[in-house]
Design a protein around this ligand. Structure first.
Ligand code: PLP
Length: 264
């Protein structure tokens, strides 16, 4: 009998979206599909329907601390994927957790606003959130998010490459700028990977239908974390994550009642 390869355990820390379309439920699906084993600690409850965002229900610092303690007691964590933080208590709980684990890999998807308009980060959490961003090894913003993080508009593809480089310089993290919001000719869906002074462009391998892809950012960063923890280099891991998510968006992700959850 051959030895079975152990799956890396990825801790998904993010909002709990009861629809499963985004948040830690989506994270877990993408981690499992990318060769990892998912464990999850919710930062808050992100109550929403598939059409609109209702409200953020906070969890106390003590609850989050205890949930993190349960996760590490049960498993040796290989990497942490950070999604929606929501509240200051959640940001500070995660910072405390990471402070005592300086070598743990952190992949952070900057989640600031829902596509449906709701704010996914409280104003009083911004200070702690900046520290989380500086702690991250890899950041996976989309175009609106990188514009917000750098506080400047990005109007051309060349400016997007510079933005990825600048975000890497100010945070010390590698940056995967997702191209899903790019509308420039020939650049739609082209991701920009900036690592150790090198830019790599990842063109989409297939045309993706223009569907609402709510939750695709969660899935991408989670798949990326699982691939990195399995030993892939960043560019290869990003390409694999892109492929997985593109397939899910193109094919849809039907639940039992025939509802699209990733697509529309
Ligand atoms: N995480 C949670 C819990 C959310 O509710 C949302 C959006 O509503 C997101 C993340 C952002 O999702 P994505 O950027 O993957 O579309």
């Amino acid at each position: 009998m051959g030895a079975r390869k152990k799956k890396p355990v990825i801790l998904a820390f993010g909002g709990y979206d009861p629809t499963g379309g985004a948040g830690v439920l989506m994270d877990a699906r993408a981690i499992d599909a990318s060769g990892g084993y998912a464990v999850a600690v919710p930062s808050c409850l992100a109550l929403q329907s598939t059409a609109s965002f209702d409200r953020v229900v906070p969890l106390s610092r003590d609850t989050i601390d205890r949930a993190l303690a349960c996760a590490v007691r049960a498993h040796r964590i290989a990497a942490v994927k950070v999604g929606m933080i929501g509240t200051r208590a959640a940001a500070e709980a995660l910072l405390g957790f990471l402070d005592s684990r300086p070598s743990l890999a952190v992949i952070l998807d900057p989640v600031i606003r829902a596509t449906s308009g709701g704010s996914l980060l409280a104003n009083n959490a911004l200070r702690a959130y900046r520290l989380l961003i500086e702690r991250a090894d890899v950041l996976t913003p989309n175009l609106p998010e990188i514009e917000k993080m750098l506080n400047r508009p990005v109007a051309r593809f060349e400016e997007a490459v510079m933005a990825a480089r600048d975000l890497a310089a100010v945070t010390g993290a590698a940056v995967v700028l997702k191209g899903g919001h790019f509308t420039w000719k020939g650049r739609k869906g082209t991701d920009i990977v900036f690592e150790d002074g090198t830019v790599t462009l990842l063109a989409p391998s297939r045309k993706i239908p223009a569907r609402d892809a709510h939750g695709s950012g969660c899935a991408f960063a989670s798949a990326l974390a699982a691939r990195l923890a399995s030993g892939d280099r960043l560019v290869g891991a990003a390409a694999a994550a892109k492929d997985l998510v593109a397939g899910w968006i193109a094919g849809g992700f039907r639940s039992a009642e025939g509802r699209w959850t990733l697509s529309d």
